[in-house]
Design a protein around this ligand. Sequence first.
Ligand SMILES: Cc1cc2nc3c(=O)[nH]c(=O)nc-3n(C[C@H](O)[C@H](O)[C@H](O)COP(=O)(O)OP(=O)(O)OC[C@H]3O[C@@H](n4cnc5c(N)ncnc54)[C@H](O)[C@@H]3O)c2cc1C
Length: 401
Amino acid sequence: MDLHTSENFWPIKNGLIQDFPSLQKSLKTDVLVIGAGISGSLVADSLCKAGFEVIILDRRDSAHGSTAASTALLQYEIDTPLRDLIKKVGTDHAVRSYKLCLKAIDDLHKVSKKYPSYSDFTKKPSFQFTSFKSQLKDHQEEFRLRKIHNISSTHWLEPKDIKEKFGFTKHGGILSRDGAELDPFKLTHHLIKTHWKKSLRLFDNTEVVDIKHHRNGVTVTADTGYKVQAKKLVIACGYESEKYLPKKIEIQKTTYAIVSEVLDAKKFWHKNALIWETADPYIYLRTTSDNRILIGGKDDDFYNPKKRALNLPIKVKSLEKSFKELFPKIPFKTDYQWAGTFCGTKDGLPYIGAIKERPHTYFALGFGGNGITFSVIAAKIITDLISDKKNEDVNLFSFNR
Ligand SMILES: Cc1cc2nc3c(=O)[nH]c(=O)nc-3n(C[C@H](O)[C@H](O)[C@H](O)COP(=O)(O)OP(=O)(O)OC[C@H]3O[C@@H](n4cnc5c(N)ncnc54)[C@H](O)[C@@H]3O)c2cc1C
């Protein structure tokens, strides 16, 4: 699959942090993880901390899949609003899913607190404005539900509050205390670096071409001709995981992002909060550690690399225009632009766990706009399953729903 266009901001900003060899001999390990993106690195980090020996294989350079293209806003708000998710999966399931995303942000905060420069993790409020007057009632209901289920500290902002805090005029909106942003490329490399040559070995530019499941584990063959035998296998291949599943679970889209030049001012709006909206497709904004503004969104409902490359200049203009409507006084000039494949699911929840067709195998598929927080949840669930520990959330994201 062609995951993104070439000019992704994070690999350019960070350069070559570290590089790994391809697999040039056959090996054995406790757990083999396919995929060295943010999901594979979070799963590997969690497994190494639990005492397992781990090997990661990746067909690209590490962190060069969707992780390189991610805009990395961390939000507890799932693509499906709470009021709709309750209708789809029931109140307990929906509320627990929201709360697990909130906890995932907190978990990432703990990982990053010790070494902030390794991920540029920054806590940020998150503001979702009501795009159209016709959506006001539903959005107020969303606010009420989040309040009664005590999901995060939230405030409803009236138009005058929005004007005061953000400088633009909108019908209303939910300001939540608990969001964050990070650099997904840096974090992935940091997690790998922490365990590499201790309990973790990584081989990139190594494609898995065959998987055999046995009574006691799996044997995986790579395109280099060598094999890895493992007691357990984790598939963290992002949007390229579908080839390992018996049925289609992903909805493919194309999404677009731009990053401004470095700006002089340090504060652009209220606490440089994450900003997004109720329109569908929506646009969203964040800032970066080197004082830029990043805007994303304007999704298209297709996967077509040729078409998305043709669309990119049009989408760049459209994102710039939307930004100018909100902040006419900020001199936004695009420095980097890219388009990426983006996959969601019907209910907005990820798929995490095992399927009966593939023994000794677990999937960490954080599909949707919360891909990173979902991967934190996947790392915890999968580590518990492999460690034979009880995990009460295992059914929330299972393939049987
Ligand atoms: C433009 C964009 C914006 C986004 N914004 C956000 C956001 O704001 N917040 C958020 O939480 N999420 C966001 N996401 C989603 C998030 O980025 C993804 O969920 C996340 O990056 C997925 O990481 P991953 O490790 O699962 O996949 P990847 O980073 O794609 O890693 C999977 C790896 O598996 C490897 N692989 C696949 N098949 C094989 C094989 N057969 N053999 C060996 N290796 C293989 C690939 O080479 C790849 O490196 C965004 C995504 C995009 C594209």
